[in-house]
Ligand binder design. Structure first.
Ligand SMILES: [Fe+2]
Length: 192
């Protein structure tokens, strides 16, 4: 093989656009979002305690890669969430939680770092919980609200992959919540 031919082959192989390693998602197209505690106003049970806290503190950060336009049928999005440790009263920090706007759309979550609990609630408001830890893989079926709770003192990082046309319905959870909460009862995460 002459040198010219070899170079042509090499240049036709491009580097990845995005890398996902050591709990970090990196690349020019990755969008970084920050969710502060005040943006979670209303989701915690102890509102009196919530109002005493610093609303500008970070509850979680999300890195999202959307290789296709939002709403593209057949497309997939990829995300990495960094959920901070903390409590409001005896309730652990958690994500806002949502159903998908296109209700039948499913999603994968998987644990990367830290420990927590994935709360899943069906349309009949039956709530179940799955332990999340590095390597745990969670299939979230359609018609199922999902929220992640950080039950430990360190960061909880988890990955997500979902259909590009799933969208978000936050309203149901903002108005009615999940039917169960994860609370710290004598230092044991408990589903109540
Ligand atoms: Fe989702």
């Amino acid at each position: 093989m002459n040198m010219n031919h070899k170079n042509n082959i090499q240049s036709s192989i491009r580097n990845p656009l995005i890398t996902f390693i050591n709990g970090q998602l990196t690349g020019a197209d990755v969008v970084h979002q920050v969710k502060t505690l005040i943006e979670l106003n209303g989701i915690f049970e102890d509102q009196t305690m919530f109002e005493k806290m610093n609303g500008s503190q970070i509850a979680y950060e999300v890195d999202v890669w959307c290789p296709v336009e939002n709403g593209t049928e057949g497309g997939l999005f990829f995300g990495l969430t960094h959920l901070y440790p903390g409590q409001v009263g005896n309730e652990y920090f958690m994500t806002k939680g949502h159903f998908h706007a296109v209700e039948n759309r499913a999603e994968y979550y998987w644990g990367i770092e830290g420990e927590g609990i994935l709360l899943l609630m069906d349309k009949d408001r039956n709530t179940r919980a799955e332990r999340m830890s590095p390597g745990s893989l969670h299939y979230i079926p359609g018609f199922t609200a999902h929220r992640v709770v950080n039950t430990r003192a360190g960061m909880l990082r988890f990955g997500a992959c979902w259909p590009a046309d799933a969208g978000y319905n936050y309203d149901i959870i903002m108005n009615e919540g999940f039917s169960k909460r994860i609370k710290n009862i004598d230092n044991v995460p408990s589903l109540i």
